[in-house]
Design a protein around this ligand. Structure first.
Ligand SMILES: Cc1cc2nc3c(=O)[nH]c(=O)nc-3n(C[C@H](O)[C@H](O)[C@H](O)COP(=O)(O)O)c2cc1C
Length: 196
């Protein structure tokens, strides 16, 4: 029988949100989420990550256009993960929006060649997701920018947002108020093992 407390409830209740309201989160909420990100553990205490939060609608729209054209015109998905093909196909839709029209979008990047780059950034974003849940906000892990991190037009634009050229784009997160809740997907059995 699992124990229960506020943090454990936050962990259990967090869901990936894919429909956000237009209402922007407050500066205090954004600061809180970013502070949660940088309190994550990092390999050898590297803290070499960068969390870039975007709230400017024109910037987000431009990024969406570049991601859409990147998928449609330049991206060749590998067979290693079905989500890649799905992402490319989804971009064919005129109303495509890879970040689900979230009013706040956070990009986690890290130094290229650093072995813990994705691990550190993912831990930072999980802190963001849990902090968002605790503040009554929705969140979703977004992988599209990671897949397009070597797409020249996307990369050039990210550089104008001060994301260093020598960084890898590890992951990103959509954040905002929840317009439609997601059902909890059942957790698969047999994925934990206890050896006593
Ligand atoms: C590495 C990773 C990549 C993901 N990429 C996406 C994504 O690009 N778009 C999306 O809508 N959800 C994405 N998700 C969210 C998962 O689909 C989601 O966590 C899973 O379906 C379980 O649902 P839950 O988060 O509500 O528990 C990603 C999650 C992880 C951990």
């Amino acid at each position: 029988m699992a124990l229960d407390n506020e943090i454990l409830r936050t962990i259990r209740n967090r869901r990936s949100t894919r429909k956000f309201s237009n209402k922007q989160i407050t500066p205090e909420q954004l600061d809180t989420l970013l502070e949660a990100a940088i309190w994550a553990p990092s390999g050898s205490n590297s803290q070499s990550w960068k969390f870039t939060a975007i709230q400017n609608p024109e910037v987000l729209q431009k990024l969406n256009e570049l991601v859409r054209s990147g998928f449609l015109e330049r991206y060749e998905p590998d067979d290693d993960y079905p989500g890649k093909k799905f992402a490319k196909n989804a971009a064919a839709n005129e109303s495509y929006n890879f970040y689900y029209h979230a009013p706040t979008f956070i990009i986690a990047s890290n130094v290229g060649g650093y072995a813990n780059a994705i691990a550190d950034c993912a831990l930072g974003l999980e802190n963001v997701f849990l902090a968002a849940e605790s503040l009554g906000l929705g969140s979703c892990y977004i992988n599209q920018l990671h897949w397009l991190e070597n797409d020249a037009p996307v990369r050039e634009y990210l550089e104008t947002l001060d994301i260093p050229r020598d960084h890898v784009i590890c992951a990103s997160a959509s954040i905002g108020y929840i317009a439609a809740t997601s059902n909890a997907l059942e957790r698969k059995p047999g994925t934990v093992n206890i050896i006593r």
